[in-house]
Every structure is written in C-alpha cells, then in structure tokens.
Design a protein around this ligand. Structure first.
Ligand code: PLP
Length: 375
C-alpha cells in the first residue's frame, strides 16, 4: 500500500541518533540544547524554544503556559486532529469551535470574532495541510479579545505567511515530529514563543514545574541539592537521542519542503482537468510546506473514491472528522452540523499520498487511478 505520508530517513539520520547514544548523554544534555537553538533559528529566531515529547505535549504545555483554568474558553477549529482541543479540555477549559474557511479549511477569523466572549482566553489556529491560517486578522481578533494566539503548526514547519516563517506568527507555536509530519523524531514536538515569560512557563510545565534558579526559590538556604515545585507539571522532555535525529532532520528540511512543493505543483497540474474534483487553494501571500495534499471529491463520491483507491493499493486518508463529532465531545453536548463549512469540507475531503521521496511514477499511478474512478 502506498502510504499517504511517510518519514524520510537515511543513514545520516541513523548516525545522528547513534552519536547521541555514544555520547552517553541520553537526556537533558547538550544535544537537546543544540536542537532547540537550531529550531529557534530555523523558525525565525523567536526568543525561545522548548523541545517536548510530542505535538500533544506541546499543546498541553502551551495551554498550561497560557494559564488556562476551568471555565476559560479556547476558541479553535474543528478541522484538526483531536489533540488541539483535547489538551485544552484536559485543563478544564471549555472548547468553542468556530467554523472554517471554505477554500483552505483554516479557522475563519470572522467566525472567531463572532464566537468571542469575555471568557475567551486562547485562540488556537491550525495551519491545515501546511497552509498558514490568516494570522493578520487572527492576531487582531485575539488581541481585541485579550486572548493569547496559539498556532498548532503540526503540519506547517517550513511554511511562510506574508514572508514570515511559521513560528513567528502567534504568541506560541507548537510543532509535532510524529513520523508522518514534515520533520520527524519518531515521537516529539516543540513549542516556540516570542515572550520569554511564556516560554519559561512552557519549560517549567514540561519538567514537573520544577524551579532551580536560586533567585526564584522560596527556601534558598535549604542546601545545594534543593529544588522546588511551584506549579504542577509533567515530564514532557524530549531525549538527546531524538534531538540528535531532529537536528539532522532539520538540516534536510529545506529539501523536504522543496520536494513536497514540487509534488504538490505536479498534482495540481496533472489533476486540473479531472471532473468532480476540487484541488487545494493556495493564497498568494502564503508559501505552504505541503504536509497533506487535500483534494475535495464532489457529488457525494468521497467514500466510493476512498474505498476504490485503497483497493488499488493507494493509502488515501481523510483529515479530519470535525473534532466535536468525536463521541467524547458529543457526550458533552456538542452537536453535529454546528460548523457547516467544516462539515462539508469533511464530507468531501481526501488526502492523497505526499512525502519527499514519493516517486513521480507512483504519483502518476495515484493520478491515473483517480482519473479512472472519476471518469
Ligand atoms: C499530529 C498532530 C497533533 C499531535 O501531534 P503528536 O505529535 O502526534 O502528539 C496535533 N495537532 C495536529 C493538527 C496534528 O496533525
């Protein structure tokens, strides 16, 4: 089965992980710091970067840094992986879903403005498929609401918006390094931010809430061994072994992004005249690192096309079931149909295989199979 996404690994990646193993510094060591510095540089020199154990951990820690409390509201898109909302709900926040834009599937700033209340504490956008959301407008809406803006950039490391890299567009940006994502550490993630205090809070939450800085200790005279917990946290640290892999992947990322761009452009050209198909939009002021290639199958044929493509050995995928339709949210009272544009988007959506090493001959087979089905 041709997968819809796949990590791009080579001997240099294996050697980088092995070097960290040989150094015997497996966690909280120099490779972690090097990875965090390199990542901060890559995404545009935000003041800080914290590596964490997954994209989910990154979101959970970002919400902790935002100071989410029960009763607070997090406004977000339903067109995302469940973790964007689940991590907010785990802090006791109420998740409010605003509808998406029809062309990009990204959070609609107009819908966000309409859904803001006095309890809105965080607005979380997702750069669906790698296409950045409308940060110019989202920043304004979030600021007017007195809310923090979070970018769940699990799809979009390497993308730019109006010339600025993803990582500089929101107060906090979270990344995932899961194997299918644009850059992988197996499991892993990161948070970058432009505000030092916020980034410090992320780091504390990701490491038990532990305070070591003598200037901040409540009991500085306790002894040299002493460290204190001032707020609850978890262990979300990423190991040196995985940071070694991440460092090497980061040097390869520009090539990955270029390959994804070439394949997306090729799909765009080869599929342009296929009937019953709508191709992903790209707004001219964005340069997406295409994590997914999400087409829309019209005329109620998405399920048929999904099944026939899979039967032909082509591992297409659907991204995503609107989050509020997961039974856990349904049981909390969220109703089907509350975001009609997202519902239509979901009903038609199909992700075609795209990853840097996808051979053009395989891509041609994807196109030919789709063409035969939709003819
Ligand atoms: C993958 C993903 C996550 C979660 O990342 P993990 O590393 O798998 O925990 C969160 N949000 C979006 C949009 C994702 O695609």
């Amino acid at each position: 089965m041709l997968p819809y996404g796949r990590p791009c690994l080579d001997e240099s990646d294996a050697a980088a992980a092995a070097a960290a193993v040989r150094s015997e510094w497996l966690s909280a060591g120099p490779t972690v710091r090097r990875f965090e510095t390199a990542l901060a540089d890559f995404v545009g020199g935000g003041v800080g970067c914290v590596s964490v154990s997954s994209g989910t951990a990154a979101l959970h820690a970002a919400y902790a840094a935002a100071g989410l409390r029960p009763g607070d509201e997090v406004l977000t898109t339903p067109m995302t992986f469940v973790a964007t909302a689940a991590t907010a709900a785990l802090h006791g926040a109420r998740v409010v879903f605003a509808d998406v834009e029809d062309d990009t599937g990204n959070l609609d700033p107009v819908a966000v403005r309409a859904a803001v209340t006095t309890r809105t504490r965080v607005v979380t956008a997702v750069d669906y498929a790698g296409h950045p959301a409308e940060y110019e407008q989202l920043r304004k809406v979030a600021a007017d609401a007195g809310a923090l803006l979070v970018d769940d950039a699990a799809h979009s490391i390497g993308s730019t918006y109006r010339g600025a890299p993803v990582g500089t567009l929101a107060d906090l940006t979270t990344f995932s390094f899961f194997p299918t994502k644009n850059l992988t550490t197996g499991e892993g993630g990161a948070v970058v931010g432009t505000d030092q205090e916020l980034v410090d809070r992320v780091r504390r939450f990701a490491s038990h809430g532990m305070v070591r800085d003598p200037a901040r200790l409540r009991y500085p005279d306790e002894g040299g061994w002493h460290q204190e917990v001032h707020s609850l946290g978890l262990n979300y640290r990423l190991s040196d072994v995985l940071c070694g892999l991440g460092l090497n992947q980061l040097t390869r990322l520009p090539r990955f992004t270029a390959d994804r761009g070439r394949l997306a452009a090729r799909y765009h050209e080869l599929l342009a005249d296929v009937p019953g198909l709508r191709l992903p939009a790209r707004r001219p002021w964005t340069d997406p690192a295409w994590h997914l290639y999400p087409v829309r199958v019209l005329d109620g044929r998405r399920r048929e096309v999904y099944e026939r493509m899979r039967a032909a050995g082509i591992g297409v995928q659907v991204n995503y079931l609107p989050v509020y339709r997961h039974p856990v949210f349904e049981d909390l009272g969220y109703r089907r149909g509350q975001c009609p544009t997202a519902e239509t988007f979901y009903a038609e959506q199909l992700s075609l295989p795209i990853y840097p090493q996808l051979a053009e001959a395989d891509q041609d087979r994807v196109v030919a199979t789709l063409r035969t089905i939709l003819r």
